[in-house]
Write a protein that binds this ligand. Structure first.
Ligand SMILES: [Fe+2]
Length: 327
């Protein structure tokens, strides 16, 4: 087992540079914003499925906030209430995977811990389904996603929202949120899977994570799953200092630069499933043309086959042409 304390200063400062989003790894290459990215199509606004999604999302957010706020005064987390609020969000969505698409178009998304926790709970739920996880375990996994950053309610909000690069001391302070979260849940009647998932969601398989520095098989499955969901949401959602990133840019980043810190089998499963979510979506290309995604090649996820007007184009054969944002 390696320890975060054993890392040299160079490693730590490298971590800090990457961890601009308070405590998550947001690679600098992804920090550019796409101005048109958050425009919401009028058709989507009038889509009943999307309208119901946003209504139920807001209700779930309020439920989650109340649970977080009352954590010090109650002796239990209402798992059923939380889980049902997540199920309600996707209840009216015919093709459940579309929830990823709708998350991208949430209007006035509140830029704080609660929104992120709800998104991670939703993503973890869908990921659990893709992995074939059975009902009771799926419920616990979803709850782990919802609670994974609960420790942040103990931190200074001004530091969590700081736009500038964190100092080494500030970063060390932010990192305490995982065990602060564990402390909040430690004596509650929740399964150890949930508690350890919350405690270890920032562990990395190369041993350079925190708070312990566990490697590979020593990291519990829930923590590995939440780590992927956490990073995906952090990279695709807007933040105070940047707008959100295109999911395909994020998938590229996962494939090229982040794979070494996440469980390889889980990551492969996640990326293959997540890419299929966007079939049928309209996208803006790097040459400013609009296209529709018609087929995802599982061997080259970020270079799908697209349709530009009536012309079919295989992006894997066009090295200079990329998807830059969803329309
Ligand atoms: Fe976290």
């Amino acid at each position: 087992m390696s320890s975060i304390q054993n890392k040299n200063i160079k490693d730590l400062s490298k971590d800090r540079e990457q961890v601009k989003d308070a405590e998550l790894n947001i690679p600098k290459a992804l920090s550019k914003s796409f101005e048109n990215d958050i425009n919401i199509d009028k058709n989507l606004k009038e889509n009943l499925e999307y309208v119901l999604f946003t209504q139920n999302y807001k209700i779930a957010l309020e439920i989650l906030k109340k649970q977080f706020f009352s954590i010090n005064s109650i002796s239990k987390i209402d798992k059923d209430l939380l889980y049902n609020s997540v199920l309600k969000i996707i209840e009216n969505i015919e093709y459940k995977n579309k929830v990823f698409y709708y998350i991208c178009y949430l209007e006035n998304a509140e830029l704080h811990t609660y929104t992120h926790c709800l998104n991670v709970g939703l993503i973890a739920h869908m990921f659990g389904i893709w992995l074939g996880i059975e009902e009771e375990e799926l419920k616990n996994l979803t709850i782990t996603g919802l609670l994974h950053d609960i420790g942040k309610i103990k931190l200074d909000i001004n530091l969590l929202n700081k736009r500038e690069t964190l100092t080494e001391e500030e970063f060390e302070y932010i990192k305490t949120h995982s065990y602060l979260g564990y402390n909040l849940l430690e004596n509650l009647p929740l399964s150890d899977d949930i508690k350890y998932g919350v405690l270890m969601h920032h562990e990395k398989i190369n041993g350079y994570g925190y708070p312990i520095g566990l490697m590979e098989d020593r990291i519990p499955k829930f923590a590995k799953i939440i780590a992927i969901c956490d990073m995906y949401d952090a990279m695709t959602s807007p933040r105070l200092y940047r707008q959100k990133n295109c999911p395909f840019s994020v998938i590229r980043e996962f494939e090229q630069n982040i794979y070494e810190i996440l469980d390889a089998n889980l990551l492969l499963s996640f990326l293959q499933n997540i890419a299929y979510v966007y079939i049928g979506c309209d996208v803006m290309l790097s040459n400013n043309e609009v296209a529709e995604i018609v087929y995802i090649n599982p061997k080259n996820i970020t270079k799908p086959i697209i349709k530009i007007n009536d012309e079919i184009v295989d992006l894997s054969k066009n090295k200079d042409l990329d998807i830059v944002y969803l329309i």
